[in-house]
Write a protein that binds this ligand. Structure first.
Ligand SMILES: Cc1cc2nc3c(=O)[nH]c(=O)nc-3n(C[C@H](O)[C@H](O)[C@H](O)COP(=O)(O)OP(=O)(O)OC[C@H]3O[C@@H](n4cnc5c(N)ncnc54)[C@H](O)[C@@H]3O)c2cc1C
Length: 432
């Protein structure tokens, strides 16, 4: 990698700092590529911490699958144009292993049963099927499975998390829940509390001790204790096990509404680890312009509103997300790709973007639009030919998938990023 103050030349430039962009950077470093990355925060901050793979297919029938691999195979069979249909099982296994090893090495261990989705309760009092969940939530999975008596704690001023409401909504799924309402230590009943500040407070052992003293008199016959996900940012596992030890019971976290501590943990983990691994990050910056150079490489202008850096790259992965991330932009009549004005799979009539019923079980056609790619995850033109041999796309910007309804957000980001990086690494090694 050549890097001077404002000149950088790399193998791969990743555009986007969401789950797809971050995992692409991790995978590319594992391939020995030099990497630069630009992007704003993306959806990671909004993450519950659950890493979904695939739980529902077909979405119109809302059919749930215990085994996500079986779901992926059926989806690929039914929709050969879905991005999962272009990726081998072995690569998907590899990316999950790589990412979970990465998180674990960075003190953010995740639980996964390789061939099973796991059921876990949410702050809405529903039960969600996900593929991997933070270790700090695991005791809740066993509690639900075994119907263990549970004490569920909420806090004054923490919005969107009511222990009474969760217990009430879960009546038919987990009967043995008692609710406890507390004021968070040292807050004197403040009317508003935020998960990030609470999580930072829980990093201090004396605060955990105070919390344990407040909970202890209410334990009675509870076998385990559930709390909102506020148990630290940097070492949540330590914070949870410390509280559990003080209470003499397993403790588990439940995701809060965003921005949640598990989302912040993921974001900070990537931002801390990737520069150490050699990725040159331009965070809180966007790629303002991409040009194909006569030698086949790309030049990228990076900045906030004005260009501050120019870098060159042998290949680019576009992982700019959908409407939320900014990769797709819609006006009254059209949808366009925001960085390179690439063609997208569109639907002709504005009035067909959404179905009449917002909750239509089939989903909305607009959610299936995006970038069409070939088997190498290269954006293609109307004739199905790659637009550039060294431009790849990954994540939610891809067409023919509805990650929201199929519960496949992070799985789609990780697996497509791995496929794009694989193809890119092959191309670069063939050239050299
Ligand atoms: C509220 C919410 C909750 C979620 N919960 C879950 C969950 O529990 N489990 C799960 O599996 N998934 C969940 N997801 C989905 C998951 O977070 C997304 O599917 C996934 O993050 C998509 O990742 P992405 O990288 O493709 O896109 P995004 O996360 O949208 O990232 C796009 C990135 O591209 C960047 N970008 C855009 N334009 C430019 C540009 N010009 N230059 C540089 N960068 C640019 C953005 O700044 C951003 O960094 C949730 C999403 C939301 C919104």
């Amino acid at each position: 990698m050549i890097f001077q103050d404002d000149y950088l030349s790399v193998d791969l430039a990743v555009i986007g700092a969401g789950m797809a962009g971050m995992s692409a950077a991790v995978m590319a470093i594992a391939h020995g590529l030099t990497v630069a990355q630009a992007g704003l925060t993306g959806e990671i901050l909004f993450s519950s911490g659950f890493l979904d793979f695939l739980a529902i297919h077909p979405i119109s029938e809302k059919r749930f699958w215990n085994n996500p691999w079986h779901a992926v195979h059926k989806l690929a069979q039914d929709h050969p144009d879905h991005p999962f249909a272009r990726i081998s099982d072995s690569l998907m296994h590899h990316v999950w292993d790589t990412m979970l090893t990465f998180f674990s090495r960075e003190s953010l261990p995740y639980h996964r049963a390789v061939d099973e989705n796991t059921q876990m309760i949410t702050s809405q009092g529903t039960v969600k099927s996900t593929y991997c969940l933070p270790q700090t939530m695991l005791a809740g999975v066993d509690g639900l499975k075994q119907q263990l008596p549970c004490l569920l704690v909420d806090f004054c001023g923490l919005r969107g998390f009511s222990a009474v409401q969760i217990a009430d909504c879960l009546q038919n799924r987990w009967k043995n829940i008692q609710a406890l309402h507390l004021c968070f230590p040292n807050t004197n009943g403040l009317s508003e509390q935020y998960p990030e500040q609470m999580a930072k407070a829980m990093e201090i052992q004396s605060n955990r001790k105070k919390l344990a003293e407040m909970i202890r008199p209410h334990l009675k016959d509870a076998h385990l204790v559930g709390v909102p996900a506020i148990m630290g940012i940097e070492n949540s596992v330590q914070a949870v096990s410390d509280l559990a030890e003080m209470l003499g019971r397993p403790v588990f976290e439940i995701p809060t509404i965003p921005p949640s501590a598990p989302g912040i943990r993921l974001k900070e983990t990537f931002e801390r680890a990737l520069p150490k691994m050699g990725v040159k990050q331009f965070l809180q910056n966007r790629v303002l312009r991409v040009d194909a150079l006569p030698n086949g490489n790309f030049s990228l202008d990076i900045g906030n509103t004005e260009m501050q850096h120019t870098i060159t790259a042998k290949a680019v992965i576009l992982a700019t997300g959908r409407f939320f991330g900014g990769g797709l932009v819609a006006d009254l009549n059209d949808v366009r790709e925001s960085v390179m004005n690439l063609p997208i799979v569109s639907i002709p009539d504005r009035f067909q973007w959404h179905r009449d019923d917002f909750f239509d079980p089939g989903g909305h056609p607009i959610h299936l639009t995006g970038i069409e790619v070939d088997d190498q995850f290269r954006p293609v033109n109307a004739s199905g030919m790659p637009i550039y041999p060294n431009l790849f796309a990954a994540g939610s910007i891809l067409a023919h998938q509805d990650w929201i309804r199929s519960k496949s957000g992070v799985g789609l980001a990780f697996c497509t990023a791995a496929a794009a990086v694989d193809a890119c690494a092959r191309l670069i090694s063939d050239k050299s």
